[in-house]
Design a protein around this ligand. Structure first.
Ligand code: MLT
Length: 395
C-alpha cells in the first residue's frame, strides 16, 4: 500500500491566506450588501504597466506567425531575459553572470522548489515572524525547522548569536510581514555566519524595489555572499505580476557545498523538472527592465507608498505603534489594547469590514501584531484607514 508524505500531518490545517479567504467568503455570504476593504494578502491592484502590456501584445503576435513562433524556451530562461536581469543588478554594482540568473514562475513557487537542492536532514532556521511558505514548504519536505524571534527589542531584525545554529537560513529583507530592512553591516554578519558555518542563506528579495535610501537591495551587495547565498526575486510586487507569474533566482557559480556546485545542480533540476517559462511572459519581464518599464513600475510603487502613508497617518492619529510602511508595502501594527491578533481580525471584519492579516499567522512571535497591506485601491485604502482609526479610538 502506498504511503503518503506523512510530513503533511505536521502542517496547520490550512495555509494562512487560504484560511483568511475562506473566512472572508463566509462573511460576505452572510452580509452580501456590505462592502469589504482588502488590506490582507499582498495582492496588487494596479494594472500591468504600458511597457509590459505592449511587450505582451508583441509576444502574442510572435506566436501567431511561423517565422517568429517559439516552442519550448530554454529551461533556465531565455538569454535576453537573463541578460536584462543581470543588467538590473549591474546598476547596483553587482555583476552576475547571466548564467547565474534563472527564470522562475514566482518567488512562492521557487521558495519550495529550491529545497530540492538540500538534504532533507539539513535543518532550516527561520527568523520569525515570517512568510508562512518558508515554514510550510520546509515541513512538507520533512525538514527540521527552528526559529529566531524578531521583536520590537531588535527592531524586527534578529542577528546571529553564539548559539545560532542552521544549515539553511531564510532571510527576507525588506521583511514580510514586518517591513524591517537589514543594513549592510547587519547583512554582513549573516553572510559571515553562513560562510563560517557552511550554511546557505535563502534570501527573499521580493520587496527590494520598495527600499528608499542607502540600504542593500540584494544580498550580493555584501562581500562573501556569492559563496553562501541564493537570492529569490519576483516581479509580483515590483511590477504587478501576481496574476501573471514571473520571477528570477540568482545562484552564483561560486556557491559550492560538500564538493557540489549549486548552480550546476539547479541547471540539472530545471532542465529535468521544467520545460521553461512561457516565452510571452519572459518577453513581458524583459520590458520591466527597460527604461520605460522602470519608470512606469515606479509610478505604481509610488501609488502604493502613498497608500502606506495614509494608513500610517491614521495609525498615528489613533495612537497605535507600528513598524514598516516606508521601505516595504506592509505596515506591522501592534494590536490595540493588547488584543490577540485573530481577535482583532474578527473585530475588524465584523465591525468595519476591513481585512488585514493576523500577526500570529506569521508564527508565534507575531502574536499581538497585525499586518496591513498597502497594495489596495487608493480610495478604498482611505476609507479603510478612517474606519481603523475610529474603531481603535472607540475601543
Ligand atoms: C503576502 O501577503 O504575504 C504575500 O503577498 C503572499 C504571497 O506573495 O504569496
Amino acid at each position: 500500500m502506498l504511503t503518503p508524505n506523512r510530513n503533511y500531518a505536521n502542517l496547520k490545517d490550512s495555509y494562512l491566506f487560504f484560511r483568511i479567504s475562506k473566512q472572508v467568503a463566509a462573511y460576505r455570504a452572510k452580509h452580501p450588501d456590505l462592502p469589504v476593504y482588502r488590506l490582507g494578502i499582498g495582492d496588487v491592484s494596479r494594472p500591468l504597466c504600458g511597457a509590459v502590456i505592449e511587450a505582451l501584445h508583441h509576444a502574442v503576435e510572435d506566436q501567431a506567425a511561423a517565422d517568429t513562433f517559439h516552442g519550448y524556451t530554454p529551461e533556465c530562461g531565455i538569454p535576453e531575459f537573463r541578460l536584462a536581469v543581470a543588467g538590473y543588478y549591474a546598476r547596483r554594482g553587482v555583476q552576475p553572470d547571466p548564467e547565474e540568473i534563472f527564470v522562475s514562475s514566482g518567488a512562492s513557487d521557487e521558495l519550495g522548489d529550491i529545497l530540492d537542492l538540500f538534504d532533507p536532514a539539513s535543518a532550516a532556521l527561520v527568523t520569525q515572524p515570517a512568510y508562512p511558505a518558508y515554514v510550510d514548504a520546509s515541513i512538507m519536505a520533512g525538514r527540521k525547522v527552528s526559529f529566531l524571534s524578531a521583536g520590537s527589542e531588535n527592531d524586527f531584525l534578529p542577528l546571529p548569536g553564539k548559539d545560532t545554529d542552521a544549515d539553511l537560513l531564510y532571510l527576507c529583507s525588506p521583511n514580510n510581514p514586518t517591513g524591517a530592512v537589514y543594513n549592510r553591516e547587519q547583512l554582513q554578519q549573516w553572510v559571515d555566519f553562513a560562510n563560517d558555518r557552511g550554511a546557505v542563506i535563502l534570501f527573499d528579495a521580493a520587496y527590494e524595489a520598495f527600499i528608499e535610501g542607502d540600504l542593500p537591495h540584494s544580498i550580493f551587495e555584501i562581500p562573501g555572499a556569492e559563496k553562501c547565498a541564493i537570492e529569490i526575486c519576483s516581479l509580483s510586487k515590483t511590477a504587478g505580476f501576481t496574476g501573471t507569474r514571473l520571477g528570477y533566482t540568482v545562484i552564483p557559480k561560486a556557491l559550492e557545498r560538500g564538493g557540489m556546485n549549486l548552480n550546476a545542480m539547479w541547471v540539472r533540476n530545471r532542465t529535468t523538472k521544467t520545460n521553461g517559462i512561457s516565452y510571452i511572459l519572459q518577453k513581458a519581464g524583459i520590458a520591466v527592465f527597460t527604461g520605460k518599464g522602470q519608470r512606469q513600475i515606479y509610478e505604481n510603487i509610488r501609488y502604493y507608498k502613498q497608500n502606506a502613508r495614509v494608513l500610517m497617518e491614521a495609525l498615528d492619529r489613533a495612537g497605535i505603534r507600528y513598524w514598516g510602511g516606508k521601505n516595504a508595502p506592509y505596515i506591522w501594527m501592534a494590536c490595540p489594547k493588547g488584543m490577540k491578533s485573530w481577535d482583532f481580525f474578527d473585530l475588524m471584519l465584523d465591525r468595519i469590514q476591513v481585512i488585514g492579516t493576523p500577526g500570529e499567522g506569521f508564527g508565534a512571535s507575531g502574536e499581538g501584531f497585525f499586518r496591513l497591506s498597502s497594495f489596495g485601491d487608493a480610495k478604498e485604502t482611505r476609507i479603510a484607514a478612517e474606519r481603523i482609526q475610529s474603531l481603535v479610538q472607540g475601543l
